[in-house]
Design a protein around this ligand. Sequence first.
Ligand code: WQD
Length: 339
Amino acid sequence: MDKVLVTGGLGFIGSHTVVELQNEGYEVVIIDDLSNSSAEVLEGIEAITGIRPLFEQIDLKEKLDVENFFVRHSDIKGVIHFAASKAVGESVKEPLLYYENNISTLVYVLKELKKLPSAAFIFSSSCTVYGQADELPITENAPVKAAESPYGNTKQIGEEIIKDTCKIAPNLKAIALRYFNPIGAHKSVKIGELPIGVPQNLVPFITQTAIGLRDELSIFGDDYPTPDGTCIRDYIHVVDLAKAHVIALGRLLQGKNKSNYETFNLGTGKGSSVLEVVKSFEKVSGKKLNYKIVGRREGDIISAYADTNKANDDLGWKTELSLDEAMRSAWEWEQKVRG
Ligand code: WQD
């Protein structure tokens, strides 16, 4: 089976995607700089699939190291590129760190792919490129709006770089996958989300509050123009998301792509409010969550959820796992890690 590079493969979405790639029979090599992950994740992946992926600790900002990697692995057929910094708030404080890390690494990887006889490239993008969309649900034709953060801007710029490269490199074909809100953990409880420090995202903050690591959840505003006043998002189980990557890669390797640069929204198509996520957690865990309503968070959009028709029709993929299943798996993982 084909050999595939997964950059950032020890991270949250990366590790779940490595599992699904191995389940599909791919030979996987991981590059990770361990800046926001741990090599112990390799044990978790092997415990699930019985196969320990090849792993090289490389900083993709080191151009020569990237070149040498591709000399040693010239048989790579595809790359799934997760490696990037992804904290919205941090990106506002450290824009140059984000532009250097998220853009230079992408350029160096693409430069090597251009040299190969043919290459398939899957890019980890985000619904953040849409900002607050004017129409809901959000389709792939929704206008890309001025980014609300340097992090979001690196995703927009990244898509443009890939599109421009695919135009002049007939051997390169790419798909940008625009994630909505990934949550949950593998049912084996061997891998999951491992936020470092105080979690910025909702679901890890909920589970860390329930396990006693945080005193209470602050809900950022309940005065939005939504049914219960809290913001709405499309929370997608990370395993469903991982499976979409394998399908997208197969689409390119089997030449099923309609053009050599495509984009797909990856969501459930259903919006859930913050309070609905809290209620789902309380239902599946049997625990009352300690929370308080505070002021709005700067930069938050009111509502976002995906129009999934293109992914359903063209990728032949749709989500199978519910919000409750995602919250249950997140809770089981939290108890395993902190219990
Ligand atoms: C979800 C909702 C918060 C924490 C971000 C990135 C996006 C993607 C996913 C990378 C919002 C509320 C949150 C808390 C809260 N990341 N909230 N209390 O902001 O939709 O998306 O993460 O690709 O690009 O922008 O996710 O989980 O931070 O927030 O009330 O302690 O939960 O206000 O309404 P977000 P989130």
